[in-house]
Design a protein. Structure first.
Length: 95
């Protein structure tokens, strides 16, 4: 009898663990409020205007319309990162 209760407890624990694991991975697919979303890609929270412009220019570039502010790319880390992330995300390299 003790063996059956032990097995039931073990199975209940395993099911709870599996359910919690599925819930947390699925919720990570839902963007957080305040995240910068562009063309269906979540680029994260707290993205400044330079980063956003970089993402837009990088995405246009991935579409075949080369767009880059070369001065900002060389001097503004935020624009530079946005451009690279936009180009890669919109091209489908990153998920």
């Amino acid at each position: 009898m003790n063996c059956i209760k032990g097995i039931q407890l073990l199975l209940a624990s395993a099911m709870a663990f599996l359910i919690m694991g599925c819930t947390s991975s699925e919720s990570s697919l839902i963007p957080n409020r305040g995240d910068y979303i562009y063309r269906g890609h979540d680029f994260g929270p707290d993205r400044d205007a330079a980063y956003r412009q970089g993402v837009e220019d990088g995405c246009r570039t991935s579409d075949g319309d080369y767009t880059k502010n070369h001065v900002s790319y060389k001097t503004d880390e935020s624009y530079h990162n946005g451009w690279e992330h936009g180009r890669l995300h919109c091209k489908g390299v990153m998920h």
